[in-house]
Design a protein around this ligand. Structure first.
Ligand code: FMN
Length: 363
């Protein structure tokens, strides 16, 4: 029976324990240019006792940005900035991978090159809104459907970003295929109604994700690439007519590629970035999809110390990622080991701002 403090590996990525820091957007990069900075380096270094840190989602291109202040991984300045982060984490004894992100339709013209419309698999407007480049709440608009001829450029953006992440000193990368962002928009038929080879059948809808994974694996090797998915997740207005068939197929293809890990977000915590309500009557996806993937499985979403111990001991996951509690408990592994209570988090300081609610939680 595995337990949380037993070491493990995701491909060639070594984890000193099975308590992982989930990717957490905090919108504190330096402007102009969305550049990672010393403050971010300090924040991540404080959390270096995690078995693995997954960085906040980082846009692979300007087109891939959807919120103000999120860091990128497409410019030389951003790559240099990330070196501060990887150096600080490594000096503190930690391991960190970068999450590669393109938001697709979850954006606003103010973030887009030339003030253009956000792009998506199909021109379907999601419910809800985001924040503009000057931090004003704005409703989503109907996105522009990507031309077939634009797909190779999109894949190249991911490849180049993966290569920048390597130059920046990360230990690997995670492809963000979850939470209703671009790759998830292609996967699910609620957002993908294309009639070319990237839409329609499950094989077609999964094509972009898998081509992106192949491009990124070309840079890193499959043993340092993870993929995050959110079956049954409803965040960002997502839906699919047959999630079991879709995600079983995707996980099967990822198994064949031998990626380092699959990272599944439990749908009960689908909207954790926006609120603390728990989604009821949804499947337990670690259980549902465990047998669909033959590599390391990382499970996230609404875990407590007890439920994390249980899911790993039961063999349903190899490790557990904590999000909100890593914000307010930089030393979360020690807290779990000592069975100490978790400090509460302050949601009002999740996004944007400075040290308050970021680097001032007791370590
Ligand atoms: C402030 C905040 C920011 C988040 N940013 C990201 C992100 O950048 N990438 C991502 O894949 N998930 C993101 N999520 C989702 C978390 O990684 C995680 O799946 C979710 O919080 C559920 O885990 P928890 O119950 O342990 O918090 C975010 C969640 C929160 C609360």
């Amino acid at each position: 029976m595995a337990h949380l403090f037993e070491k493990t590996s995701f491909g060639s990525i070594q984890l000193a324990n099975r308590i992982v820091m989930a990717p957490l957007t905090r919108m504190r990069s330096s402007q102009p240019g969305n550049v990672p900075n010393e403050l971010m380096a300090n924040y991540y270094a404080q959390r270096a006792t995690a078995g693995l840190i997954i960085s906040e989602a980082s846009q692979v291109s300007q087109q891939g940005q959807g919120y103000p202040g999120t860091p990128g991984i497409h410019s030389p300045e951003q790559t240099e900035g990330w070196k501060l982060v990887t150096d600080a984490v490594h000096k503190a004894g930690g391991t960190i991978v970068l999450q590669l992100w393109h938001v697709g339709r979850i954006s606003h013209r103010s973030h887009q090159p030339g003030g253009a419309l956000p792009v998506a698999p199909s021109a379907i407007k999601p419910e809800g809104g985001t924040f503009s480049a000057d931090w004003q709440p704005v409703a989503f608009e109907t996105p522009r459907a990507l031309e077939l001829s634009e797909i190779p450029g999109l894949i190249e953006d991911f490849r180049r970003a993966a290569s920048n992440a390597k130059d920046a000193g990360f230990d690997g990368v995670e492809v963000h295929g979850a939470n209703g962002y671009l790759l998830d928009q292609f996967l699910q038929d609620g957002s993908n109604q294309r009639t070319d080879q990237y839409g329609g059948t499950i094989e077609n809808r999964a094509r972009l994700l898998l081509e992106v994974v192949d491009a990124v694996v070309g840079v890193w090797g499959s043993d340092r690439v993870g993929v995050r998915l959110s079956p049954y997740g409803t965040f960002n207005d997502m839906r699919d007519s047959d999630p079991v068939k879709l995600f079983t197929y995707v996980l099967g293809r990822l198994s064949q590629r031998g990626v380092a890990y699959a990272h599944l977000i439990e749908p009960r915590s689908s909207g954790a970035g926006g609120g603390d309500s728990v989604v009821e009557n949804v499947p337990d996806t670690a259980e549902l999809f465990r047998s669909a993937f033959n590599g390391a499985l990382l499970s996230a979403g609404g875990y407590t110390a007890d439920t994390a111990k249980h899911v790993v001991a039961a063999g349903l996951a190899d490790a557990v990622a904590f999000g909100r509690f890593f914000i307010s408990n930089p030393n979360l592994p020690r807290k779990i080991q000592e069975e100490a209570p978790f400090a509460p988090y302050d949601r009002s300081t999740f996004y944007g701002g400075g040290e308050k609610g970021y680097t001032d939680y007791p370590c």
